[in-house]
Write a protein that binds this ligand. Sequence first.
Ligand SMILES: C[S@@+](CC[C@H](N)C(=O)[O-])C[C@H]1O[C@@H](n2cnc3c(N)ncnc32)[C@H](O)[C@@H]1O
Length: 385
Amino acid sequence: MSRWENYLASAEKIIGAYHGSLPLHHFLKAFFKEHPYMGSRDRRWISQLVYHYFRLGHWGKDIAVSERIVAGTFLCETSPNDFLAAVRPAWNEQIALSLADKMPLIPAALTPATIFPFLPDLSEEIDTNAYAYTFLKQPRLFIRVRNGKLDKVLQLLEKAAVAYEVFANKTTVALPNGTKIETIVTEKSWYEVQDASSQQTGELFSPAKNERWWDCCAASGGKSILLKDQQPGVQLLVSDVRRSILENLQQRFTAAGVKNYDARVMDLTAENFPATMGQQQFDGIILDAPCSGSGTWGRTPESLAFFKKEEISKYQQLQKRIAHNVIPFVKKGGVLIYITCSVFKQENEEVVKYIEENSALRRQEGGVIAGYNKGADTMYAVRLS
Ligand SMILES: C[S@@+](CC[C@H](N)C(=O)[O-])C[C@H]1O[C@@H](n2cnc3c(N)ncnc32)[C@H](O)[C@@H]1O
C-alpha cells in the first residue's frame, strides 16, 4: 500500500469507529495516541481527510466511505495536492475549478439540501444556498484586538508572515485557521480569540457607566469581556451552571485585566433559583443561551452528521424556560440581549416571539448575524427592551 492509500485506510477506520459522542478533534487525538508511529505529517493528512468527509454533511450517504473522502477532498480543496495526485489524478488536475464546475464530476448530485437536510428549519434571514455550501470551507480564526493595540498586533503578524484581514471596525482581525496566535502575540491582554459574529453581538449592548449588567449564561466570559471593554465601569454579575467554566472565566478575566465583577454558579432552570436572586434588578441582561450550536458547525462539521432534529425543540424548551426565569430581573426600561449561535428559527425568532408574548419586552433591533460570507460563525442576537 502506498502512503496515500494508507492515509485513506486510516481515515476510513476513524470514520467507522467515530460515533459522535466526543468532539472529533478529541477523538482524533486519542486515535493518534494509540498509533504513536504516525508522524505529524501523517496525522495532519489523516485528520484533514476525515474532516473533508464530514464537510459533505449528509451528501452521498450510500457512497463508499473512501469515495466520499476522495470527493470531499476534491470539493473542499482548491489547489493540487499529493493525496489526490496519487489516488485520483484526474481530479487533482481539475482541483482549481469552481464548485459549480466540480459538481457534475462527482458521483451524486450535490445540492444545499443534500449537505444540510434541515434547510426548512433555518431562520428566515439566512441565505440557504450560501449557508449550506460554506460547510465545504473551513472557517477562519478571528481575534478581537483590545486596548488600542491594533498596530502592534499587525506588526507581529507581519513579522510572522501571517496573512490577515482587518475588518472596517479596526478591531476584528481574520486569520488563517490554525494560526498559533498565542505564540505570535504573547501579550494576552492585547486580544481575545473571538469569532467575528460573536464580536458583532456587542453592537447591541451599549452599556452606560455604573449600570448593573448580568451575563447569565457566561461560560468562559467572551461576551462579558466584550461588555467590559465597551464600558469598564459596568457593575457585572456573571453566572453559569458549570463551576468549571466559571473557573476558566476567572483565569481569562485575570489575563484580560478585567476586574470588579461577581461570579456565581447558578442553574437558571432550578425551582429555587429566582429566590436566590432576591430583589436584584439589572439595566442589562445578556442571555447567550445554551443552543444547538448549529451556527458553528462549520468548525465541527461532524456535528451535522450526528444531529437529531428533535434536539431543536429540546433546546427551545430550555431557552424559553431560562428566558422566563430571568426576565423578571430586567429593570423597567432595561434591556435583555438574547443571543444564540444557532441557525434554527425555533431557537431564534420563535424564542423572541415567546419573550414578547410573555413579557413587556419588545424587540428593538438585531437578528441573524450571517457569518457564511466571511468565514465566520452564524449567530442570532436581538436587543429587547
Ligand atoms: C452559548 S454558551 C455561553 C457562551 C458565552 N456567553 C461566551 O460568550 O463565551 C451557554 C452557556 O449556558 C450554560 N447553561 C446551560 N444550561 C444552563 C442553566 N440551566 N443555567 C445556567 N447556565 C446554563 C452552559 O453551561 C453554557 O456555558
